[in-house]
Design a protein around this ligand. Structure first.
Ligand SMILES: NC(=O)c1ccc[n+]([C@@H]2O[C@H](COP(=O)([O-])OP(=O)(O)OC[C@H]3O[C@@H](n4cnc5c(N)ncnc54)[C@H](O)[C@@H]3O)[C@@H](O)[C@H]2O)c1
Ligand SMILES: O=C[C@H](O)CS(=O)(=O)O
Length: 484
């Protein structure tokens, strides 16, 4: 690994401003999904270390909450500058442990940093209210205050942005955090922790614990000192954590799984729609919560679109994320490969046809070529499960009513996309789609300025925008009497 600053690569955890190993010295290997070699190890921490991290955050909170929004904003601004100055190193670490093409990793670092920049300012706009009193000698004031210690649990697919999208608003609000990153991509989180320390955040404001997910997670969810859990990951784990938090009534933010429909009406610009599918479906090798998981094409343009898409997908370059021009890197692990192959096998067994890709040159690797499948129907697994890989399943539909029913026939409701040039249809379809976010003639919308989140079993709450900081604030109403 070549880094300009080797101190960014940390194989320890950050607790109370100190870098530590697991109490028993146990460690977890982290591999490079492209070469399968070991990138490094991180501590296999458990309950004891996690409780110390929570105690450090709790000790920090009493003073940190008294700092001003401007002081916390200045720390976030400094952190932003340090992240962007280390963009190349952070991207190298990310591609090593997650596998995404280096250009995408650099893009994610800038995206992650944008949340830090955004919330360095947003903290200064946490306004309260005065309310006209119904009683003559009384005054009513509404304040917003930091919730307190927040537990942050994040996934491997966007190992930087999923952390900053949570901890930037938390820190801006005055909340110390205890982060459990994914065991597949801990080094990106730890490098961000190094830079946060350099930015000047006080000891205990940011703690990062790696290890057994259920052990660390159990300590976080059972602790009464932890007042909030913000989780990004699968719906399965999200539901488990929701149950675990019930005993201590924690505030919850849940960013969970998706099953995005991508609808192409017959009046759409097909070349634009192909660009949109490429942007949505194949970003991060399809390992993206908002990626198109089901592509619906109106019958009149189905064959033309399928041909156009297959021609582009067939030219995509598959390989190691550090190789120039690579567009699809390795999948994160063998389980991901197995899931993708099971979806392809099920689709073909039920009448679908893989018209391009879907092959593994070497079954011992985690590379699989991007695929387009035609003749896909609602009885196939791809219709109901998040593939989380480079597979574009093409469904055919006849009418708007039929496709809206099909699009909404899922417990998920994170993102949706549709392409049309019909203005009235734009409003009709937008209002009927059961999702938190919709791309209309666009295939990607990752931005810090707009609220991000889903409905149904895709989650609770919103991240980014001005909405994102409310997730880390409590509303307190003061009723002041005796004012003659
Ligand atoms: N909605 C969003 O913004 C968003 C963003 C990224 C990923 N995701 C979703 O995340 C999933 C992919 O990420 P993943 O494979 O890391 O998800 P995952 O749910 O397997 O793991 C996510 C995190 O939870 C931890 N975890 C797992 N079991 C746990 C337990 N019992 N207690 C505490 N923590 C536990 C993991 O270690 C990891 O840090 C996909 O479903 C994707 O759609 C959603
Ligand atoms: O995978 C989920 C991420 O939230 C996708 S995005 O980068 O925020 O669009």
């Amino acid at each position: 690994m070549h880094l300009n600053d080797n101190t960014l690569f940390r194989q320890q955890n950050l607790i109370a401003g100190g870098w530590i190993d697991a109490d028993d010295g146990a460690a977890i290997d982290v591999d490079n999904p492209s070469t399968l070699s070991v990138v490094g190890t991180v501590p296999n921490c458990g309950e004891a270390e996690t409780l110390r991290a929570i105690a450090a955050a709790e000790a920090c909170f009493s003073n940190f909450k008294k700092t001003t929004a401007a002081q916390r904003g200045a720390l976030l601004e400094k952190w932003f500058d340090l992240i962007m100055a280390a963009q190349d190193d952070l991207a190298t670490i990310m591609t090593l442990e997650q596998g995404k093409p280096l250009a995408e990793a650099k893009g994610e670092i800038a995206y992650a940093a944008s949340f830090v920049k955004w919330f360095s300012e947003e903290g200064k706009r946490v306004y309260g209210e005065t309310i006209p009193s119904p009683v003559q000698d009384r005054r009513i004031i509404v304040q917003k205050q930091a919730i307190g210690v927040c537990a942050i649990i994040t996934p491997w697919n966007f190992p930087a942005a999923m952390i900053t999208r949570k901890i930037a608003p938390a820190l801006a609000a005055g909340c110390p955090v205890v982060i459990k990153p994914s065991e597949f991509t801990p080094f990106t989180a730890l490098a961000l922790g190094v830079l946060a320390e350099r930015a000047g955040f006080p000891k205990g404001a940011i703690n990062i614990v790696t290890g057994d997910p259920s052990g660390v997670g159990g300590a976080l969810t059972q602790s009464t000192a932890v007042r909030k859990l913000s989780f990004t990951g699968s719906t399965r784990v999200g539901k488990l954590l929701m149950e675990q938090c019930a005993g201590t009534m924690k505030r919850l933010s849940l960013e969970l799984g998706g099953n995005a429909p991508f609808i192409i009406f017959d009046d759409a610009d097909l070349d634009l729609a192909v660009e949109g599918v490429m942007a949505s479906k194949f970003r991060n090798g399809g390992q993206t919560c908002v990626c198109a998981n089901r592509i619906f094409i109106q019958a009149g343009v189905y064959d033309a679109f399928a041909e156009k898409l297959a021609a582009v997908v067939g030219k995509m370059k598959l390989g190691d994320g550090f190789e120039n021009g690579v567009e699809i890197g390795p999948m994160i692990n063998q389980a991901a490969i197995a899931k993708i192959k099971s979806h392809l096998e099920d689709a073909t067994a039920k009448g679908g046809r893989v018209i391009v890709g879907g092959e593994q040159q070497d079954e011992s690797t985690r590379f699989i070529s991007p695929a387009v499948v035609t003749g896909v129907t609602s009885d196939m697994i791809v219709a109901g499960e998040e593939t989380f890989g480079p597979v574009a399943p093409l469904f055919r539909f006849e009418t708007e009513e039929e496709v809206l029913t099909a699009a909404n026939a899922t417990p998920f409701g994170l993102a949706a996309y549709f392409y049309t040039n019909d203005l009235t249809r734009t409003f009709r379809v937008s209002e009927e789609l059961e999702t938190g976010m919709i791309g209309i003639n666009v295939g990607g919308f990752a931005t810090e300025v707009a609220p991000f989140g889903g409905i149904k079993e895709s989650g609770l709450g919103r991240e980014g925008a001005h909405h994102g900081i409310d997730e880390y604030l409590e509303v307190k109403t003061l009723h002041i009497g005796g004012i003659a």
